[in-house]
Design a protein around this ligand. Structure first.
Ligand SMILES: NC(=O)c1ccc[n+]([C@@H]2O[C@H](COP(=O)([O-])OP(=O)(O)OC[C@H]3O[C@@H](n4cnc5c(N)ncnc54)[C@H](O)[C@@H]3O)[C@@H](O)[C@H]2O)c1
Length: 349
């Protein structure tokens, strides 16, 4: 199968590329390296196992060219992470909306199956016990930058459903819930790499709010099992969204921080940081984010299998070898004393 992956040098994209190459698919990756890194896929580029194109999904001509001849297009490219969404709201909103428009149109024209990466953020503030694909959405004010990301993803979803309904295109939507693993970076606010990085350099682990908010962390390898299952499945999957996450791994952020300290043997302590100090006034925390993944189980028999300790240990192993560069990976060019004011997306927790 010929698979074209946008955002292929990113965290999920690079793991997907590994899996596709291992099973013998012909893989083309497009990435502008905004948050992705060439080092994530260097082991695939150098031996010629994939074709890597450095460029943007906003380049319509390029996207059309790369879609033609593809059996499947996986659209992962997105302005991701609280820093980008907050600091450059218009650019990230337009990038996500225009990217979804260009890629879904080109994939449809090429007759390729399209997998569109959406997010649990689209459920907005709903914090029900288990969110299923038909749960209502309650989103906040459009003046809050956080909801721009969710809105752009909803737009992408609705394009996918529209192309399916109007022309029978094979489009599938994947709503990722807190997907974690090696190669994910803490620089943009993702909580597990950030806390593991702090633990590895014996710096206090900063937990926002009272730490009682819970999240369900899914291992990226489980997510890739889900994505490949959807790529390979029958036409009955098309025109539908599927949650991908691990409801069995629900944990409060305070317990998560303690577990990371225990598993790394760190001397760090936990420091609770009030939300308004980190995110400014008016921040609304989501109490929990728990996916109901029964639709995916019923559709392709998928169940996540990696527990929270496996998730943590795999991130620890990955970051431990780059201990010296962790401060800059965690904080970029910012000083450690003052993290930027940012809002929490679901991926950041
Ligand atoms: N990791 C999670 O927990 C999670 C949760 C919900 C949704 N998602 C979605 O999954 C997808 C992959 O996310 P990820 O966690 O791997 O993040 P990531 O930042 O590692 O991947 C996104 C990739 O897209 C690339 N990109 C951004 N703009 C681009 C453009 N205009 N042209 C080409 N490439 C561009 C980035 O450089 C990066 O490599 C995203 O669409 C994201 O919204 C991820």
């Amino acid at each position: 199968m010929r698979v074209f992956v946008t955002g292929g040098a990113g965290f999920i994209g690079s793991h997907l590329a590994d899996r596709l190459v291992a099973r013998g698919d012909d893989v083309v990756l497009l990435d502008n390296l905004q948050t992705g890194r060439r080092e994530n896929i260097a082991h695939l580029i150098e031996p010629g196992a994939v074709e890597f194109v450095e460029g943007s999904v906003l380049d319509r001509g390029l996207v059309r060219e790369l879609c033609s001849g593809a059996d499947v297009v996986v659209h992962l490219a997105s302005a991701v992470g609280v820093r980008l969404v907050i600091e450059r709201p218009l650019e990230s909103l337009l990038g996500n909306v225009r990217g979804a428009d260009i890629v879904s149109e080109a994939a449809t024209e090429a007759g390729a199956r399209l997998l569109f990466a959406s997010t649990s953020e689209i459920y907005g503030k709903v914090s029900d016990d288990c969110l299923n694909e038909h749960s209502d959405r309650i989103v906040g004010s459009p003046q809050t930058a956080r909801w721009g990301y969710a809105t752009a993803k909803v737009f992408g979803e609705m394009l996918a459903y529209g192309y399916h309904r109007s022309g029978g295109a094979e489009t599938i939507v994947v709503r990722f819930f807190n997907t974690v693993g090696p190669r994910q970076t803490g620089t943009y606010g993702m909580v597990i790499p950030r806390l593991v990085g702090q633990a590895l350099i014996d710096e206090n682990l900063t937990v926002y709010g009272d730490g009682r908010q819970t999240r369900c962390f899914g291992h990226v390898a489980d997510a890739i099992d889900a994505v490949t299952g959807l790529l390979d499945g029958g036409p009955e999957l098309c025109g539908r969204p599927f949650n991908v996450g691990n409801r069995n791994n629900e944990i409060s952020i305070a317990d998560l921080a303690q577990r990371i300290i225990d598993r790394t043997g760190s001397r760090s302590k936990i420091r609770l940081v009030p939300y308004d100090e980190v995110f400014g006034d008016g921040f609304e925390e989501l109490g929990k984010r728990k996916p109901d993944t029964s639709a995916l189980r019923n559709a392709i028999g998928w169940e996540p299998t990696r527990d929270i300790d496996t998730v943590i240990d795999d991130v620890v192993r990955h970051l431990a070898v780059m201990r010296d560069s962790l401060p800059s990976r965690l904080y970029g060019s910012r000083t450690r004393d003052r993290e930027p004011s940012r809002e929490l997306t679901d991926e950041a927790s």
